[in-house]
Design a protein around this ligand. Structure first.
Ligand code: ATP
Ligand code: MG
Length: 412
């Protein structure tokens, strides 16, 4: 046997190979491979894997299991080359990762590895990953729901984007989602899903007192494998009415997820809920467009100050420069002046005129009660039933519900 060939366990055809620094350090992998594949697998090192692809035996390869631990970070260039070559040859890749940094793992998944399983291998995990490789991937049409993954709803998508830090986007998103979830008729409540896509500083989990789960990262980095069950298993339920995807436990880079990932997540959410409320980060990123396209309304949350005004101009300019539709933008003025505050009112009017926009919604200051509710992890409705901010958000939720009913009647 030449040093470049995988060592088959016998003369059988090789369907799969392990690739590792030294397979002996992954003895559970050897056991599982033997149990699943019998004799029809071999083992390769990082150095021999690429050469193996040049040999005729490689034609029967179906997949590689690349096993990595924290000592392998120096070998990443080789590993990346192996994944790319495997994908070019239509060979699937499963990563077996022990203590690998999430960032490294994510980069490898991005390159085309189909799945990853932690090491030590949980019982049955490798077999399941292999079965997933063989299952057909659900088709995701643009904006369409993945086939067979939900009750076929077409949820209304509403996104909220703060134009300045602390403008009140998350407060609006959380309370709007809760008010929508509290609407609907007896026995027929509206189903609502709140997605926190503010990956780094997302505070939905704080405002609803939900744990940030590790599963979110797993889902975000593996959306190609995501089906309805996987998606629902990452959602948390708030007070039996509202489903929430919190941001992940770790601060994640914003470009960790791609437009395709976001499209899949939104497609699944739309297929399963009447309303999907998305809390966005205050930056324009590569998947802002994806959310903008999916959204019925894209709320730009601002305050009556120069920061918000200048950022509103910047946002419009950035979207237009990318050729994106700005017609879905709806400007929301938070902490808006009261009716009796005439000079405040005229300042708001002048701001709208100078920006050539109009405010779709003006939300009043809700006093310290708002921050208290957020800090207690409860929607305003649960702690301050008469709060002026709550009243406006509730009215707005009713308008949205009414609009949805009208659309449904028109479509019927
Ligand atoms: N209308 C309001 N009345 C009183 N307090 C408010 C109001 N809107 C927001 N707040 C308070 O302002 C603070 C910032 O709000 P929030 O976190 O919703 O802003 P954000 O735009 O999501 O900020 P970030 O840029 O961090 O995402 C919170 O403490 C919140 O309780
Ligand atoms: Mg926020």
């Amino acid at each position: 046997m030449s040093s470049t060939a995988a060592k088959p366990r016998s003369s059988s055809t090789i369907r799969a190979c392990t690739v590792s620094r030294d397979v002996q350090s992954f003895d559970l992998l050897i056991e599982d491979m033997e149990a699943i594949l019998g004799e029809s697998w071999g083992d390769l090192t990082f150095a021999t894997a690429l050469q193996y692809f040049d040999q005729p035996e490689a034609k029967t390869l179906e997949f590689l299991t690349i096993a990595l631990d924290d000592e392998d970070e120096a070998n990443m260039a080789q590993v990346q080359a192996i994944i790319q070559r495997a994908r070019a040859e239509n060979v699937q890749v499963i990563l077996i990762a022990e203590e690998l940094k999430p960032i490294v793992l994510h980069r490898l998944l991005r390159l085309g590895a189909a799945d990853f399983v932690p090491y030590p291998l949980p019982d049955g995990a490798l077999r399941e990953a292999i079965e997933r490789l063989q299952a057909p991937v659900a088709p995701f049409g643009p904006g369409g729901a993945p086939a067979g993954t939900g009750p076929g709803k077409t949820g209304t998508v509403l996104a909220v984007h703060p134009l300045a830090g602390g403008a009140g986007a998350t407060t609006f998103a959380v309370n709007l989602a809760w008010e929508l979830a509290s609407l609907g008729e007896e026995g027929k409540p509206l189903s609502v899903c709140l997605l926190d896509l503010d990956l780094q500083t997302g505070s939905v989990s704080t405002y609803l007192d939900l744990a940030r789960s590790e599963k979110v990262y797993e889902m975000l980095s593996n959306t190609a494998m995501m089906d309805r069950d996987f998606f629902f298993s990452t959602l948390q339920t708030f007070h039996e009415k509202l489903k929430v995807l919190t941001s992940a436990a770790d601060m994640l880079p914003l470009d960790l997820i791609t437009p395709d990932d976001i499209e899949r997540i939104i497609a699944l959410a739309r297929a399963n809920f009447d309303f999907v409320v998305i809390d966005m980060p205050g930056t324009v990123i590569q998947w802002t467009e994806t959310v903008l396209n999916a959204a019925e309304h894209y709320y730009a949350m601002m305050e009556l100050d120069m920061r918000s005004a200048q950022n509103a101009l910047r946002l419009v300019r950035a979207l237009k420069a990318e050729g994106l539709a700005v017609d879905k933008l709806r400007y929301v003025l938070n902490r808006a002046p009261r009716f009796t505050d005439l000079s405040g009112k005229s300042r708001a009017r002048r701001m709208a005129e100078s920006l050539d926009i109009s405010f779709a919604l003006q939300l009043p200051d809700g006093t310290a009660q708002v921050t208290q509710a957020n800090d207690h992890g409860l929607p305003l409705a649960e702690v301050a039933a008469k709060n002026p901010l709550l009243k406006e958000i509730r009215k707005f939720a009713q308008t949205l519900d009414e609009a949805r009913k009208q659309q449904a009647r028109a479509a019927a």
